[in-house]
Design a protein around this ligand. Structure first.
Ligand code: UDP
Length: 453
């Protein structure tokens, strides 16, 4: 009898955006360390393929996919919808080419939940597939719940201030207004996309970049509802660090941090997509200045309306900032959060930033913009109790007070203690014997079993 060759190739399909690329590449690293070869299928927007960090990975580009300027023109939501439309056929071509060139050695296609077009090819070539969720388990639960609500009734409820402040039945402590609706598109289309992302079709499992000590009840809900194994294997940035910044990091801020007092600096970053309003930027600058605390502020080029970078802001802004602030276009965030001078993180509460901040035991000022950031902010404030959420109009007084609460008050010290406690739990979960480490091993074993049948 001929020897049965074990299938050892894993095909990864990331969404071409920083917050999605980072965790899927980390997952690739984790699986590579378990002996799999990794093929990453990119759209034309990604640049991670040139990174030395991934020189052992094989990269393929989906022909005719969207570019970075399409993202700018369409906005994130329409970009994703269009990407799913146009990539379906070309992804099939990619997989076909891969099978021809490498033989039938694909153990599994792991696709980002927002790259649901992958399922057509997977079905056609009868390949095992796994859905990878880069958001929190709770955000996944919310999307599943929202996928089945009546859009019209929900919209009416959301517009009623009395209802929008109420806890959504079954999702305590999330209120209607904390649910991951998005500023990037009309509610009906968003709910439609959500139903695509939570529809696991022929996927045989779901991998989540989270861990039991953060979200045990949401994970249990998913395990019950999805009827396929759910593997919480995060936080991946601790389990399998793999730098994959799509933008150039300005490391001069580390030198600036080296000169600041222990635990005194507010680090401000709103992730890779959020846009700021000019009036909010000014209120933030005033509030930070009045707080008398030093701050490191990431302002992405193009994130302030009508500005290439910060040139449209009044001179007064530069004066306020130069007194005790430092601004960069993009920072080495993990290193910043790890720096002893950093006392708090003002964040939009994207899931990666949330995990990274908890992973370094840094309490947060939460100012979510859209989507799952609102879910994460509510959990940071109410469930993990390591954050303060700023809601409604942003005023300099509120900013100043929030900074004081986190950096100077006893309340902030308590939050930091809880954050450090969580950090230790996260580290334990990815160590040998920890829940996420075991979950990854179970996933790898499940692939071996499937491929040896
Ligand atoms: N990030 C970074 N430098 C910055 C700002 C952000 O490296 O100056 C990274 C951050 O570490 C995180 C990612 O960008 O891994 C942002 O992902 P997140 O899910 O927090 O937010 P998104 O960009 O998806 O809104």
């Amino acid at each position: 009898m001929g020897e049965v060759r074990e299938k050892r190739r894993i095909v990864l399909v990331p969404v071409p955006a920083q917050g999605h690329v980072t965790p899927i590449m980390q997952l690739g690293k984790a699986l590579y360390s378990k002996g799999f070869s990794i093929t990453v299928v990119l759209t034309q927007y990604n640049r991670v393929s040139s990174s030395k960090e991934f020189s052992d990975f094989h990269f393929l580009t989906i022909p005719g996919s969207l570019t970075e300027s399409d993202l700018k023109n369409l906005g994130p939501f329409r970009f994703l919808v269009k990407l799913n439309q146009i990539c379906e056929a070309s992804f099939k071509q990619c997989i076909c080419q891969l099978l021809e060139e490498q033989g039938d050695d694909i153990a599994c296609v792991v696709y980002d939940e927002y790259m649901y077009f992958s399922q057509t090819a997977v079905k056609e070539f009868q390949l095992p597939s796994v859905l990878f969720s880069t958001t929190s388990a709770t955000a996944f639960v919310c999307r599943s719940v929202l996928a089945s609500v009546n859009a019209e009734t929900f919209l009416t409820d959301m517009k009623d201030p009395e209802v929008s402040d109420k806890v959504f039945p079954g999702l305590d402590p999330l209120r209607y207004k904390d649910l991951p609706t998005s500023a990037f598109g009309p509610l009906e289309s968003i709910l439609k996309v959500y139903s695509e992302t939570v529809n696991i079709r022929t996927a045989s499992a779901v991998i989540i970049n989270s861990t039991n000590c953060l979200e045990s009840s949401s994970l249990a809900w998913l395990q019950k509802e999805l009827q396929v194994p759910v593997y919480p294997i995060g936080p991946l940035h601790i389990a399998a660090a793999a730098p994959s910044s799509l933008l150039e990091e300005d490391r001069s801020c580390i030198e600036w941090l080296n000169k600041q007092k222990l635990g005194s600096v507010i680090y401000i970053s709103l992730g890779s997509l959020a846009l700021m309003e000019t009036k909010d930027v000014l209120e933030m600058a005033w509030g930070l200045s009045n707080s008398n605390q030093p701050f490191l502020w990431v302002i992405r080029p193009g994130s302030i309306p009508a500005s290439e970078w910060i040139e449209s802001l009044p001179e007064e802004f530069s004066r306020l900032v130069s007194e005790r602030g430092y601004i960069v276009k993009w920072a080495p965030q993990m290193e910043v959060l790890r720096h002893p001078a950093v006392g708090a993180f003002w964040s939009h509460c994207g899931w990666n930033s949330t995990l990274e901040s908890i992973g370094e035991g840094v309490p947060m000022i939460c100012r979510p913009y859209t989507g799952d950031q609102k879910v994460n902010a509510r959990y940071l404030e109410r469930v993990w109790r390591i954050g303060v959420q700023l809601e409604g109009e942003l005023g300099k007084g509120t900013v100043e007070r929030a900074v004081e609460r986190l950096i100077l008050d006893e309340e902030g010290a308590e939050m930091r203690k809880r954050a450090i406690d969580l950090k230790e739990k996260l580290e334990a979960s990815v160590r040998s014997g920890g829940s996420s480490c075991s979950s990854l091993e179970n996933f790898v074993n499940s692939l071996k079993m499937k491929n040896s049948m």
